[in-house]
Design a protein around this ligand. Structure first.
Ligand SMILES: Nc1ncnc2c1ncn2[C@@H]1O[C@H](COP(=O)(O)OP(=O)(O)O)[C@@H](O)[C@H]1O
Ligand SMILES: [Mg+2]
Length: 326
């Protein structure tokens, strides 16, 4: 059954798709997948926080005890894979026991390559986190078609909202569909048509600054309107925080600092946004049993360890990440 509203149907019909949604959904449906819950972070716009959020969610879910597989489809940037590689480096260099999700970069632009990696590395994964590239690609479309939860981060600006829909500046009525939402809308409608549940599509404001509250109201109203048209929902969003970018080199979340004995003193005021975000995503239960915990057995020279730690401490101090809890 097709449950598109008239307005959504009309919008989708006005979008020219590079590949028919029927083909994308049929491709994904023809493949065997393990039972993990797929969370895809996607938006055709770059720089909105897809990789940052994918990384934080992957690690936070791992930290909570779930087995997680993280797949980076942006094979040119490799942001998610690099952050997770850095995390393993930290675990090894400091001999700390932190949860390190499995990860891989998928380069080949085919549904079979994507599903193969999920089967190869994620047969036991409770959650499969997919970081899609910031442009429309065959692989990105399949990641949308596979998603149980689809998260679309946006900077809180009308420029970013254009990916979802264009507004008339005078009447503030929606005047045209945005290219990314048109693609997602068509895939969602096709899923419903073939009797499959659509993804739970969450529109999420990222880098929200408290100084811009007045502008936020207009953005929020526009976002609510878009969510309504595209049968998505909104989540409250993440604020602008230094900690979300500055610990990237070490692959750490602010909350990890307390697990590193030498850094416990600096681990104050952990930001609550990520916990709130996970709650708002309404994910299925974590599942118990295996998780991506890994104590590195690799031998590291004492000098290497000291230098690594010094660098991390200098970084924390100079950016005052820990001190400001920011
Ligand atoms: N909530 C946030 N607070 C501060 N910086 C952020 C936040 N989210 C993302 N960033 C920064 O914004 C930039 C773009 O983020 P990124 O995750 O690479 O976006 P995308 O994957 O969508 O291209 C990066 O420099 C990242 O560190
Ligand atoms: Mg990215």
């Amino acid at each position: 059954m097709d449950n598109r509203t008239d307005e959504q149907g009309e919008f989708i019909n006005r979008v020219t798709l590079p590949e028919m949604a029927e083909r994308v959904v049929a491709d994904v449906r023809s493949r065997q997948l393990p039972p993990g819950h797929v969370i895809t972070f996607a938006n055709e716009k770059g720089g909105v926080g897809k990789s940052t959020l994918a990384f934080h969610c992957a690690v936070a879910l791992s930290n909570a005890g779930a087995e997680v597989l993280a797949l980076d489809l942006d094979y040119r940037q490799r942001t998610l894979a690099t952050a997770l590689e850095n995390r393993r480096g930290t675990a090894t260099c400091l001999s700390v026991d932190i949860a390190c999700p499995n990860y891989a970069v998928v380069e080949k632009q085919t549904g079979s390559a994507l599903v193969q990696e999920i089967n190869r590395l994620g047969s036991k994964a409770r959650f499969v986190i997919i970081d899609a590239p910031g442009s429309d690609t065959p692989l990105g479309r399949r990641a949308i078609a596979l998603a149980n939860t689809l998260v679309t981060p946006l900077n809180a600006s009308f420029l970013d909202l254009q990916q979802l829909g264009r507004f008339n500046p005078v009447s503030m009525q929606l005047s045209a569909p945005g290219p990314f939402a048109g693609l997602v809308g068509a895939i969602q409608a096709e899923r419903v048509k073939v009797g499959q549940a659509p993804a739970d599509w969450v529109l999420l404001k990222n880098r929200v600054r408290s100084s811009e509250q007045r502008q936020q109201k207009r953005i929020d109203e526009a976002l609510d309107r878009l969510a309504d048209v595209w049968q998505a929902r909104t989540a409250s969003g993440l604020s602008e925080r230094v900690a979300y970018r500055e610990l990237f080199l070490f692959g750490l979340l602010h909350g990890d600092l307390k697990k590193i004995p030498q850094l416990r003193a600096s681990a104050r005021k952990e930001p609550q946004d990520i916990g709130r975000l996970l709650a708002e995503l309404r994910l299925p239960p974590m599942g118990i049993g295996s998780c991506n915990r890994r104590t590195s057995q690799a031998r590291v020279l004492e000098r290497t360890r000291e230098n690594y730690l010094k660098s991390l401490q200098t970084h924390l101090a100079s950016d005052r990440v820990a001190g400001r809890g920011n």
